[in-house]
Write a protein that binds this ligand. Structure first.
Ligand code: CP
Length: 327
């Protein structure tokens, strides 16, 4: 078991070995059990994590804040519009100073072609672990919670048919970071991953290449289809979720002709009936109800969205415990 994590950055799970991810899952399950039993888990007593947010959040912010409190430490929420970064202070200066004040820096910055670079810049200069709370490319906190949720439902993930399916939404132009993270991670656990999306919503070529390499190395599989029905057919897990057309179109506009031409890419009871009889419906949330998914599906018997969201807490605590504490 890999046990040396202190100071390790958590920017993408691609940079964590499978052995390290297995330890992360193990610690997550342990923390979940202890939380259920009301046990004290003061693994980060008197430690401070700085939680920088360039964007809105419900699950990520609160799993981190509640999580570090439950670990005996303190989370300092930072709305970046009130920080000097909004006046142009560079990532280096912010990272060096926050490193001197505390024990971890976590950041959400989803601006296309900026977010990941900003995190990398902070990681270069920080002397404490930098944790990615979602950037333009990756959402590892979501990915590890999704993996934990699947593993607690099915135990053996080998040959599990998981479909990551684009869905229509109008709420905002969402990052690609959730499907990218899932496409890269799930094949490492032997899953048969199908990525389904209409023309124009491609993920970057390097993601597809790495996902296929991960599948080859770990006995999973990875394929792409532009046929929604094919993605639902016989699937054990479906993850219908919107993402923006960032790779092909960097415009910030939420609604455009391309999006409007794919209104039928919705998770409906009819689509769910094509899947395995015990299919699980997952969504990172927030969901665009009525557009991405019918209420009867997201609130129905196949939905495991609240277990998935709860696991954000246990996995966030595991990431902080291992990277900010440990040895
Ligand atoms: N899934 C997720 O990251 O949710 P929030 O945007 O609410 O943090």
């Amino acid at each position: 078991m890999q046990t040396t994590f202190r100071g390790k950055h958590f920017i993408t799970l691609q940079e964590w070995t499978k052995e390290e991810i297995d330890t992360l899952l193990d610690v997550s399950f342990d923390l979940k059990r202890k939380f259920a039993m009301g046990m004290e888990t003061n693994y980060l007593k008197n430690k401070t994590a700085f939680l920088m947010f360039f964007e809105q959040s419900t699950r990520t912010r609160n799993s981190m804040e509640a999580g570090i409190a439950q670990l005996g430490g303190h989370g300092n929420f930072l709305d970046t519009s009130t920080m000097q970064v909004s006046h142009g202070e560079v990532g280096k200066d912010t990272a060096v100073i926050l490193s001197r004040f505390g024990h971890g820096i976590a950041c959400r910055n989803c601006f296309w072609e900026i977010g990941n670079k900003y995190l990398r810049e902070m990681a270069k200069w920080s002397t404490v672990p930098v944790m990615n709370l979602q950037c333009d490319l990756y959402h590892p906190m979501q990915g590890i919670a999704d993996l934990m949720t699947i593993k607690e439902k099915v135990k053996d993930t080998n040959r599990l048919k998981v479909s990551i399916i684009w869905a229509y939404a109008t709420s905002h132009k969402k990052p690609i970071s959730v499907p990218v993270t899932q496409a890269l991670l799930f094949p490492r656990y032997g899953m048969e991953v199908t990525l389904a999306y209409p023309e124009g919503y491609d993920l970057p070529d390097w993601v597809i290449k790495q996902a296929k390499e991960n599948a080859e190395k770990h006995g999973g599989s990875f394929k792409i289809t532009h046929n929604m029905e094919e993605a639902y057919k016989d699937a054990h897990v479906v993850i219908p979720k919107n993402w923006g057309s960032w790779v092909n179109n960097q415009d910030d506009a939420v609604i455009d002709d391309l999006l409007e031409s794919y209104k039928d890419w919705k998770c409906t009871e009819k689509m769910m009936s094509l899947a395995d009889k015990d299919v699980m419906y997952m969504h990172a949330l927030p969901a665009d109800r009525g557009n991405e998914v019918e209420d009867s599906v997201i609130d129905g018997p196949h939905s495991i969205i609240y277990d998935e969201a709860e696991n954000r807490l246990h996995t966030a605590k595991a990431v902080m415990t291992l990277t900010m504490g440990g040895k």
